[in-house]
Design a protein. Structure first.
Length: 263
């Protein structure tokens, strides 16, 4: 294929396509691991690699041999360590194929108003349930995830896989319900599971009034791409956790906008 010749490099259309594909791949990987523990793991491995180069340049044979043995199993270690991220990446590819997204693209191009209205219809039962629970000061933790990870959620939850409804959410978080203690996980426009035990955040700078619901909501948003809506049992105030950060005293108008963007 004909190339463009410059004084210092030669670039063909194949090279341009190659760069674009690599950029898209990096973008997908970045979106997959950002604000997760995988970033810290990659940073740790990069530091080990830099130390190895320095040690090898200084001819420290013993330390160089030890690090070299550690790095010799690097590919296997990567597969083991990043198994959840690799699994989510393959799901991401499968759910974003042309056949899967063709109708969605036509909708975005020619029917964005209809899509927005349909999204608000999906959100309305959640907003109505939050209004009711705020009024009655019923504690609640609702988590929204893009991809439902069976290993992360189903092992510690009661599987429901039901249509989203105001009454169902209210009944789950009702004080005497056996499922009220834990989180509800919503994905793919369904209530996938309830009474989920989530990892707590390690952030020690949070206000002391934050209970387990707030810490669990922040924790799951730190380690995954999930967002969480928390209704305080003490005050009835609504909080919104995303990427390890929490927004307090969220109004229902703000909550509708946030969910319309993230859900």
């Amino acid at each position: 294929m004909k190339a463009f010749d410059f004084d210092f490099l030669s670039v063909s259309f194949t090279d341009v396509a190659d760069i674009i594909f690599v950029a898209v791949l990096i973008y997908y990987i970045y979106n997959l691991i950002k604000n997760t523990l995988a970033v810290n793991l990659l940073l740790g491995m990069a530091i080990i690699l830099i130390i190895y180069w320095v040690v090898d340049a200084l001819h420290m044979r013993l330390l160089s041999t030890i690090i070299n043995q550690f790095m010799s199993v690097g590919i296997i270690a990567l597969i083991v360590i990043f198994q959840p991220e690799i699994r989510r990446f393959l799901l991401l590819i499968g759910k974003n194929t042309f056949l899967q997204q063709n109708k969605a693209w036509w909708g975005y191009l020619f029917g964005s108003k209809n899509i927005e209205q349909n999204n608000l219809i999906r959100i309305k039962p959640i907003i109505d349930a939050c209004k009711s629970m705020k009024k009655s000061r019923t504690g609640a933790l609702i988590v929204f995830v893009k991809f439902y990870d069976d290993q992360l959620f189903a092992n510690s939850c009661e599987v429901i896989d039901s249509k989203i409804s105001k009454r169902l959410l209210e009944s789950i978080f009702q004080k005497y319900s056996p499922l009220h203690d834990g989180a509800v996980v919503i994905s793919e426009n369904k209530i996938k599971s309830a009474s989920c035990i989530l990892p707590l955040t390690d952030n020690d700078k949070l206000p002391p009034q934050f209970g387990l619901r707030h810490r669990a909501g922040i924790g799951v948003s730190e380690t995954t791409d999930a967002v969480a809506v928390i209704v305080s049992e003490e005050t009835g105030e609504i909080a919104y956790a995303k990427q390890g950060r929490v927004r307090m005293n969220v109004s229902f108008g703000e909550l509708e906008k946030l969910l319309n963007k993230d859900f």
